[in-house]
Design a protein around this ligand. Structure first.
Ligand code: ADP
Ligand code: MG
Length: 348
C-alpha cells in the first residue's frame, strides 16, 4: 500500500521534535530513515502507527486518511504492523503462540503459524521454543512474523537490528529484506546507522533537526548529499578549500573535475571527496608527505600532508610496508569532487 505523509509536526512540552515532514512511500517498497539519536525517528513511526497524534499534518494509506485535522483512526484499525526496537516478544509465550497472538482467533491454526514461520525463514523446529531460547536474530524474525500475521499494508521497523552483533546484523538484515519482498508489504525502517539505511532502503531519507533534509535513492543521496553535514553523517569525507578553474576546481589534490556543483554560485566553496576515491603510491617526487603510519592487522592508516591539508588514508596492512614515515607519496583522485558553499547554514 502507498503511505503518504504531509505537513507532519509534533512537539513535546513545547519543544519541536518534528517539523513539516512530508513523505511518500510507494506500494511494496522499502524506505529507510536515518537520523542521529533523538532526531525524532521513533516519534515519526509512533505517529504513523497511531500510538501518538500529530499536532499538524495528515497521514494516509492508499488514499484513506488515518490521521488529519478531522480524523484519527485508532492504531488497531490502521492495518499497520510495528516491530519495536527490542522485538518485544511475550517472554512467557512460545514462538508459535507469540506469532498466533497477531492472528484473529479463528485463524490461530497451526497451518497459518507454520506459513508465517516459513515466510520469516524460521525453522519449524523452533515452534515450541521460548523467546529466551532464541538468538537475537531469530527473536527479530519472530517479531516480524507476528507483525505480518495481520497482513498489514505497511510495516514499521524501529532500529530492528541495533541489538544484534555485527556479524548477525548483516545476515538478519538480508533475511528480513527477503521476507518483506516475499510478502509484498510496504516497509519503513528507522535507524541511526547510515550503512544500514543505505543497504536496506530502496529510498533513503535523512532526518535532522526535526525535518526531512533529503530523500532519494541511496546512491543519489550518498553521491550528492545536500550539504557537508549530511555528507559527513552518511560516510567519511575529505573536505578541502577549492577554487574554480573553468569547469574544474583546484585544491590540495590538484585539479579535479566536478561531480556535482552544489555551491549555488558561492564565491567561496569547498570540495568534498570520499576517502575511497584516493589512491596513494610511494613516489620520491610526490607532493604528499607521510606523517604517520598505524597498522591494525588487515588495515593500515596513513596520515598524509598535502600542502595545508592532512588526510587519513587506509591501505591494506601488507601495503603499509611500502611507505615510511617522512617519505613522499603521490596521491591520485578517482572521479570528481562535490562542491559546497563555505559556511552553509547547517555546516558543522
Ligand atoms: P529517536 O528515535 O530518533 O532517537 P525520539 O523520537 O525517540 O528520537 O525522540 C525525539 C525527541 O522527542 C527526544 O528529545 C525525546 O526525548 C522526545 N520525546 C519522545 N517521546 C516523548 C514523549 N512521549 N514525551 C516527551 N518527550 C518525548
Ligand atoms: Mg528511537
Amino acid at each position: 500500500m502507498t503511505l503518504h505523509l504531509s505537513g507532519i509536526s509534533k512537539a513535546f512540552d513545547g519543544t519541536d521534535v518534528l517539523r513539516d515532514v512530508a513523505l511518500d512511500v510507494a506500494d511494496s517498497t522499502r524506505l529507510a530513515l536515518v537520523g542521529s539519536s533523538g532526531s525524532g525517528k521513533s516519534t515519526l513511526l509512533r505517529l504513523i502507527a497511531g500510538f501518538e497524534r500529530p499536532d499538524a499534518g495528515t497521514i494516509s494509506l492508499d488514499g484513506r486518511e488515518l490521521s488529519g485535522p478531522r480524523s484519527a483512526v485508532p492504531a488497531h484499525r490502521r492495518g499497520i504492523g510495528y516491530v519495536a526496537q527490542d522485538g518485544a516478544l511475550f517472554p512467557h509465550l512460545s514462538v508459535a503462540r507469540n506469532i498466533a497472538f497477531g492472528l484473529p482467533r479463528s485463524d490461530r491454526t497451526g497451518a497459518r503459524v507454520q506459513e508465517l514461520m516459513e515466510l520469516a525463514s524460521l525453522d519449524p523446529a523452533l515452534t515450541a521454543r521460548m523467546p529466551h531460547e532464541l538468538s537475537g536474530g531469530q527473536q527479530q524474525r519472530v517479531a516480524l512474523a507476528r507483525a505480518l500475521a495481520q497482513r498489514p499494508g505497511v510495516i514499521l521497523l524501529d532500529e530492528p537490528f541495533s541489538a544484534l552483533d555485527t556479524g548477525l546484523r548483516a545476515h538478519t538484515r538480508s533475511a528480513v529484506i527477503d521476507v518483506l519482498e516475499r510478502s509484498g508489504v510496504t516497509a519503513v525502517l528507522v535507524t541511526h546507522d547510515q550503512e544500514e539505511a543505505l543497504s536496506f532502503g530502496q529510498q533513503v531519507g535523512v532526518l535532522a533537526g526535526g525535518t526531512l533534509v533529503q530523500a532519494g535513492e541511496p546512491s543519489a543521496v550518498f553521491d550528492a548529499p545536500i550539504d557537508t553535514a549530511v555528507a559527513a553523517f552518511l560516510g567519511e569525507v575529505v573536505v578541502v578549500a577549492a577554487e574554480r578553474a573553468g569547469d574544474a576546481v583546484d585544491c590540495a589534490f590538484g585539479r579535479l573535475p566536478v561531480r556535482h556543483d552544489l555551491s549555488h554560485g558561492a564565491d567561496r566553496f569547498v570540495a568534498m571527496l570520499r576517502p575511497d576515491q584516493l589512491r596513494v603510491d610511494p613516489a620520491t617526487d610526490g607532493d604528499a608527505r607521510v606523517l604517520d603510519i598505524r597498522t591494525t592487522g588487515a588495515v593500515a592508516e596513513l596520515t598524509l600532508r598535502l600542502g595545508a591539508v592532512e588526510v587519513t588514508h587506509r591501505v591494506p596492512g601488507r601495503a603499509a610496508a611500502r611507505f615510511t614515515v617522512g617519505s613522499r607519496a603521490h596521491v591520485v583522485v578517482d572521479g570528481g569532487a562535490v562542491l559546497y558553499p563555505v559556511g552553509s547554514p547547517r555546516e558543522g
